[in-house]
Design a protein around this ligand. Structure first.
Ligand code: SF4
Ligand code: SF4
Length: 235
């Protein structure tokens, strides 16, 4: 059985499955070459990992760079040793007091927690329903070839449950339409829900595990309540 101490690396190791080990790094640099955060705050994923291996705990727990990582997991996918750097970054984020984490991310998480839509922009169920209906009407009026375009809302038993990033209905509603058209052309059986529809989850980026889980559970419940088979998250 693995035993772990209190250092940054040891705590992060406890989060990894099986025999995974940060000391396995070959220092090949593949992770850094494709990382969008490489060079920011004088850091990159390989350097971050080497610092962990060298036990530079204090620097890792305080560098702003952890908030610049997009959690895209590109580094993990290219790593020949399958090392999960974003998990280490996530761990570093949890070491920050909540009030010191970036205000934009924390604020979006807090707003999302106040609605049963999960929207980081605070959109309510009726806002989403109104915008979708309004946009659909406009498309049909201005694009005669789209006369048969349809969008379901809260339809039970559809195969696909579609999420949507809040930014689209709230600021760029026409951005929702291309996907509607594609789903219509292929004859997909899909629906939106007026609750749990927001695709984003800033609580994950905020490293607020409890809030992250609550939001995911709200979304899962919405999928199950409509008895949909597949949850399509566009994020
Ligand atoms: S890609 Fe993997 S093995 Fe190579 S430097 Fe990055 S973490 Fe180390
Ligand atoms: S998950 Fe973070 S560290 Fe890895 S490639 Fe993406 S931004 Fe870089």
């Amino acid at each position: 059985m693995k035993r772990y101490g209190n250092s940054f690396k040891e705590q992060a190791l406890a989060l990894l499955p099986g025999d995974a080990n940060y000391d396995m790094c070959l220092t090949c640099g593949l992770c850094s070459s494709g990382c969008p955060a490489t060079g920011l705050a004088d850091m990159d994923p390989r350097k971050f990992l080497r610092m962990a291996a060298l036990g530079m705990d204090e620097q890792l727990a305080t560098t702003d760079w952890v908030w610049m990582c997009t959690m895209c997991q590109r580094c993990t996918h290219v790593c020949p040793m399958n090392i999960d750097i974003p998990k280490l970054v996530y761990h570093a984020r949890t070491l920050w007091p909540r009030e010191k984490r970036p205000k934009g991310i924390i604020g979006s998480c807090d707003v999302a927690m106040k609605t049963d839509t999960g929207s980081a922009m605070g959109a309510r169920p009726e806002d989403f329903e109104f915008v979708v209906e309004d946009m659909l009407e406009e498309v049909k009026e201005t694009q005669p070839e789209q006369a048969d375009l349809s969008v379901s809302m809260n339809r039970t038993g559809a195969k696909f449950f579609l999420n949507q990033n809040s930014r689209e209905p709230m600021t760029e509603p026409d951005e929702m339409v291309p996907l509607w058209k594609i789903l219509n052309v292929v004859g997909a059986d899909w629906t939106y829900s007026s609750v749990g529809w927001a695709a984003e989850n800033y609580c994950m980026f905020a490293a607020d595990e409890e809030a992250w889980e609550k939001i995911v559970r709200t979304k899962v419940k919405a999928v199950e309540d409509l008895n949909c088979e597949v949850w399509l998250n566009t994020e």
